[in-house]
Design a protein around this ligand. Structure first.
Ligand code: FEO
Ligand code: CA
Ligand code: CA
Ligand code: CA
Length: 677
């Protein structure tokens, strides 16, 4: 797409191109889906709502008597009393400030540009910090985040001191430079602007400590670190050494530079941080007049010009030229960067407790638009299991199961290098299956064989060279496996009480009436919904599951109807659209963050808390104008909450400055109590 559509003031969250043209759900299946679905959305107000429901949807709302109701299947609820929502819900807000319930306080923390390492260069409010400064300061567009207690490695759970690790998804070019992005008369860009933009991406590791007055501050510490779009990284797992990842930088395809568009994340059971590469495709230029795109680019949206023109940096340095991935006429993979974009699209492991460690791209988890990752609770002697959504319209939800068992004493990133990647198929009757994307799996191998010589989506499919090729083309493999195209899977979360896995499906206005299915039952789904499932036998390694829809987002009166009963009816206390961030706190409350449209009905983007058992939902937090609310974690005692504000507008959080700064917000209860209780 044209870059002017993306930045500097691009706030539409729906900027992922639709690149899945496979048709995994024939129309005859759709009809039966409508007859067997258990959870449906209903609404009592609004013509717009009526138009997205469609008559067929309403007519069969209660027609599901024969289905087992798994929604009341939470047979044990040890944390039930801890999940109650004790605060007063707040109304929607359009103010350019953070709003929290009565009895709570909110304070901005670690805004973009905060010095955290090196010579701790001061933030300059006029935008004149250099690229080198930015490499030592907090990046832009804060997203996923986790708090690691400083004593975690020794078994502690400090709520006073820790490493706050956060992603920086992308940038606001008009805010980052004194006068926006500069283009030289010859079309090139000043190299230091490019350096600064690359440095504002990636991840920040910040050692923070709470003083005796309860105020959090940055500790000048050897742990503090910036990982950027230029940091040296290793390729690990099945794609390490694969010829399609060979670049002039790494002739043996074992390394690359940088992580980009880091959206959500997942803390691992062994105390490291996995950061996701989401809309990485947009950073690369590929001139389709010069060459035809390989499938590993076309299916992922790489093509055309790049978002920020980094490849045009006027220094001509290799570290910038690499963002042009067009094959040169006389060159090869060892002389040009035709393969550079194959080194992106992964989950990247960072050990915050080892500041010198090289980040590791864990390719066994697949290559796609990773929103984030969520680990199931690790069990001694059993495989490690994690889930990751591909946030584009009509893309999929994946599960990774390690080959090797987890042992707390020896666990590490190696567990993520060997295993099986599965993709989810949500059946119309409320069951689901995990489909292995593994050439050694007979069912997958036979589908691959059957697809050879056909067109899959837009791809003329001639097979996979090997398992590395399958993972490089994860989306294509999932198409062939018969996965269910979803309404933009964003964050996942695992209920600590029941083991149920929740995923936000943020929205998908491109889904037509002909494309609805039971798990994505709303055409022109502009408000999104939250789906959940329970693995068969409560075993995270199972190859089947039962699913239902937790809630449909929307305006007042939107009902989530299960077997004829409205289990949720949204009202002034909890209307929301476009659920994105999702997190279970340590007491089992579910936190829902939004990244959608702001209008008179919904106001600014927000965060709500939910009791997963009762489906009570209350608005807890509203962000400033123009932002999305994304990234949430608390200290282990649940008394300090960190919430990120991304792409605010105007001059939030500092009214004395004239440009916006993405920032974390610290939320505390004035009486020092547990957040949400
Ligand atoms: Fe970066 Fe899908 O949100
Ligand atoms: Ca975002
Ligand atoms: Ca997101
Ligand atoms: Ca989003």
């Amino acid at each position: 797409m044209a870059k002017h559509d993306i930045d500097p003031n691009y706030l539409d969250p729906n900027y992922e191109p639709v690149v899945n043209h496979s048709e995994n759900l024939p129309f005859h299946q759709v009809l039966s889906a409508r007859m067997q679905r258990r959870a449906v959305m209903k609404g009592t107000v609004g013509a717009a709502l009526a138009s997205v429901m469609g008559l067929g949807l309403v007519a069969c709302g209660g027609d599901s008597d024969s289905d087992e109701d798994t929604t009341s299947g939470n047979t044990q609820t040890p944390g039930t009393t801890e999940r109650t929502l004790g605060f007063q819900a707040i109304p929607v807000s359009t103010a350019n400030e953070v709003v929290v319930p009565s009895g709570y306080s909110a304070e901005a923390f670690l805004p973009w540009g905060t010095p955290i390492t090196g010579s701790y260069p001061d933030y300059r409010p006029d935008g004149t910090n250099t690229g080198a400064d930015q490499e030592q300061q907090v990046g832009m567009h804060h997203d996923g985040m986790h708090f690691f207690p400083l004593d975690q490695k020794s078994g502690g759970s400090s709520s006073e001191e820790g490493l706050l690790v956060m992603n920086h998804e992308y940038i606001n070019q008009s805010a980052i430079h004194p006068n926006g992005a500069t283009v030289n008369t010859d079309g090139s860009r000043p190299a230091d602007e490019v350096r600064k933009e690359i440095a504002a991406h990636g991840v920040s590791v910040v050692h923070i400590k709470r003083d005796s007055n309860g105020v959090w501050d940055v500790v000048q510490s050897a742990y503090n670190r910036r990982v950027t779009g230029g940091t040296a990284m290793d390729i690990r797992g099945p794609l390490r050494g694969y010829e399609k990842l060979v670049t002039p930088y790494s002739l043996d395809a074992t390394a690359t530079r940088g992580t980009l568009n880091n959206c959500s994340m997942g803390p691992t059971p062994w105390g490291t941080y996995l950061t996701a590469e989401e809309n990485w495709h947009g950073y690369f230029a590929f001139d389709t007049d010069v060459a035809e795109r390989p499938r590993e680019y076309a299916r992922h949206g790489v093509g055309g010009s790049s978002r920020y023109d980094w490849e045009k940096a006027d220094s001509g340095l290799d570290q910038y030229r690499r963002f042009d991935v067009t094959p040169t006429v006389d060159g090869s993979a060892t002389t040009d960067y035709r393969n550079e974009a194959n080194t992106f699209g992964y989950m990247v492991e960072i050990d915050p407790f080892s500041p010198e460690s090289k980040p590791q791209k864990r390719t066994a988890l697949g290559r796609f638009g990773h929103e984030g990752v969520i680990f199931a609770p690790a069990k001694e002697g059993e495989p490690v299991v994690c889930y990751s959504g591909d946030d584009s319209r009509f893309e999929y939800i994946y599960k990774f199961v390690s080959s090797k068992p987890y042992y707390a004493a020896t666990a590490g990133g190696y567990l993520l290098d060997e295993g099986t990647l599965y993709v989810a198929r949500f059946n119309e009757d409320g069951s689901g299956e995990w489909l292995a994307l593994d050439l050694d799996n007979p069912a997958f191998a036979s589908k691959v064989n059957a697809a050879k010589g056909t067109t899959v989506g837009d791809v003329a499919f001639d097979g996979f060279e090997n398992q590395a090729d399958v993972l490089l083309n994860t989306r294509l493999a999932a198409d062939i496996a018969g996965a269910t195209p979803m309404d933009r899977p964003e964050w996942g979360a695992v209920d600590p009480n029941t083991g149920e896995v929740y995923f936000t499906l943020t929205n998908n206005t491109k889904r037509t009436e002909d494309q609805v299915n039971a798990s994505n039952p709303v055409a022109q789904n502009k408000n999104g919904h939250i789906i959940r499932w329970q693995e068969a036998g409560n075993d995270y390694t199972a190859d089947s599951f039962d699913w239902d829809i937790f809630v449909f987002a929307g305006e007042q009166g939107t009902e989530t109807v299960v077997d004829g009963d409205a289990v949720v009816t949204l009202n002034d206390d909890n209307i929301f659209n476009s659920p994105d961030g999702l997190w279970f706190d340590y007491n089992g409350r579910l936190w829902i963050q939004t990244d959608g449209y702001s209008d008179e009905t919904f106001g600014n983007q927000m965060m709500l808390a939910a009791n997963p058992e009762t489906r009570e939902i209350k608005r807890f937090f509203v962000g400033p104008q123009g932002c999305e609310v994304t990234g949430v974690v608390t200290t282990p005692d649940s008394k300090t909450m960190f919430v990120n504000i991304q792409h605010p507008r105007g001059n939030w959080p500092n009214a004395a400055e004239d440009r916006p700064r993405d920032a974390c917000v610290i939320v505390t209860r004035n009486d020092g109590g547990v957040i949400g209780a």
